[in-house]
Write a protein that binds this ligand. Sequence first.
Ligand code: R5P
Length: 304
Amino acid sequence: MIIGGSSSQDLAAHVACELGEELCYVETKKFPDGERYLRVDGPIDEEVTVIQSTGYPQDENLMELLFMIANLKDLGAKKIRVVVPYMGYARQEKRFNPGETVSAKIVCELIQSAGADEFITFNIHEECVLDFFDIPARNVSAMPAIAEYLDKKFFKKGDDKPFIIAPDKGAYGFAQEISEIIGCDCTYLTKVRLGPDKVETKIVDVRCDSESDNTVNVDSVKGMHAIIVDDIIATGGTIVNAIKILKQYGAESVDVCCVHPILANNGATRIYAAGAGKIIGTNSLSSDTSRVSLAKSIADALRD
Ligand code: R5P
């Protein structure tokens, strides 16, 4: 039995269809004072899977997730698998400055103590967050789903193969995953973060996938069909810089992919204004850019 929280209802319905499982409806609302109400509609199975992303509004979605898990346990569920396609607070996995709250640790402890028996998420920013759980916890990659979308729905027959670009070295693994599936080249840019919403990107150090030819002259950007890929687009600063530098060196087209399209502070508008053709995100978070469904990837993870 699949149960979707209010941030992931449609995704949960699609997962239920993929698996041929029953979807259990949940009634959620807010009382006039802002408190949350949650009611599971109907009898529940002994084994249930809860699907709920904890993006904006993070605290409400997290509280709803905790209510759901604890309520299902209380109603008799024996095994609760928890799928959080986008996990809020995961980027504070340590104290970057003295006295900071390690939010990711607290969130994991809350999910576990509410009654979760297993945890699954997608492209979590730091995999070490999963070590905060004592229950089995898995990080699944959405890159195969994104690659399949690009291959089937994005490229037209006869199009030149694109160049997959990671906007920083940390994202290079994602670019490699996608380029291997599609069968094209990939590279990465260098990025220095100057603040939460300020980054500097350079193209001079771009490296090519192949060991034998591991530098790309900036001239090779000319005429390139670039697809930038990252795990998260938060404010869009990283992507805007990457687009600008690729355009500056003559890229013919630049499209953008990500797993988690947070797109805070009008991120999408700024990315389009920088010259992006399309932004392709997954439905880990609902947005106008959520073109790739994670339903099959979640179903496959649940079958494992
Ligand atoms: C960080 O290294 C991540 O992979 C993303 O690049 C980052 O979270 C994006 O943040 P923003 O969109 O605010 O630049």
